[in-house]
Write a protein that binds this ligand. Structure first.
Ligand code: URA
Length: 241
């Protein structure tokens, strides 16, 4: 993180808003290496300086990474007026976390929550071709022809000529004749709006359930229930970086 304004550092650490921090500085609640801070724009070096709030040292990793099993009903955003956000599920004092990418409100599964903008950009950039695998339940019988069409790259646009890159479609359980349902995995390397749903729509079928099970080098742990999350391990972070 290195050199930055003390008010930003404390706001990111969840101590308060910038205006609250201004007041805390005036009241002498904040010290830098044992000396009271006097101005909100004072620069600190997070690698060297010891910052205390009411005599307690603020300790903060530069970057945090959480693997969340997103439940349906939550919005992949930092703020929303209509539904709870995925961030409301994460207990952290930090105020600079965000979801790396989006899952639709009704989609479940693996979502990375972080404050590492550079990594997020890299993972989401279409240039980098990061694999994302989804488990899906499809209304209709998915067959060899669909597998072939997905592999070729489907036309998923309306008026514009939007196409999806080749994707890997595989059938993971027997077709349920009675309920007319297929069970599949789909691996894509892009993140276009409603991409998986639109790909199935393009072959005349409908997604009734969607869950992301992998993202880059990460796999959704089987024992992580919807709504639960954990910090990434060092190994997982290195794999992503
Ligand atoms: N594709 C979709 O259609 N929805 C998602 O949430 C993710 C991928």
């Amino acid at each position: 993180m290195a050199v930055l304004r003390i008010d930003k550092y404390l706001a990111d650490a969840g101590i308060g808003t910038r205006s609250e921090i201004k007041i805390y500085i005036k009241k002498g609640f904040i010290t830098i290496n044992g000396t009271s801070a006097t101005k909100p724009d004072t620069k600190i070096d997070t690698n060297k300086d010891i910052i205390c709030f009411q005599n307690e040292e603020i300790q903060m990793d530069d970057f945090e990474y959480y693997l969340l099993n997103k439940p349906a009903g939550y919005v992949s955003a930092t703020k929303d007026n209509t539904a709870p956000t995925v961030l409301s599920l994460i207990q952290s004092r930090r105020s600079d976390l965000f979801p790396a990418g989006r899952l639709d409100k009704d989609t479940e599964g693996l979502l990375l929550i972080t404050n590492d903008g550079a990594l997020s950009h890299k993972l989401l950039s279409p240039k980098h071709h990061v694999d994302k695998t989804y488990y899906a339940i499809i209304e209709g019988k998915v067959d060899e022809q669909d597998i072939h069409l997905f592999k070729e790259g489907l036309f998923i646009g309306d008026e514009d000529l939007e196409t999806a890159l080749p994707a890997k479609l595989s059938i993971v359980a027997d077709y349920d004749v009675e309920q007319n349902l297929s069970y599949v995995n789909v691996t894509i390397q892009e993140g276009k709006f409603h991409q998986v749903k639109r790909m199935f729509q393009a072959v005349g079928k409908k997604v009734t359930y969607l869950k992301r099970i992998t993202f880059g080098g990460l796999t959704l742990p089987e024992d992580l229930s919807p709504g639960d999350y954990r910090k990434l391990t060092k190994d997982e972070i290195n794999r992503l970086l």
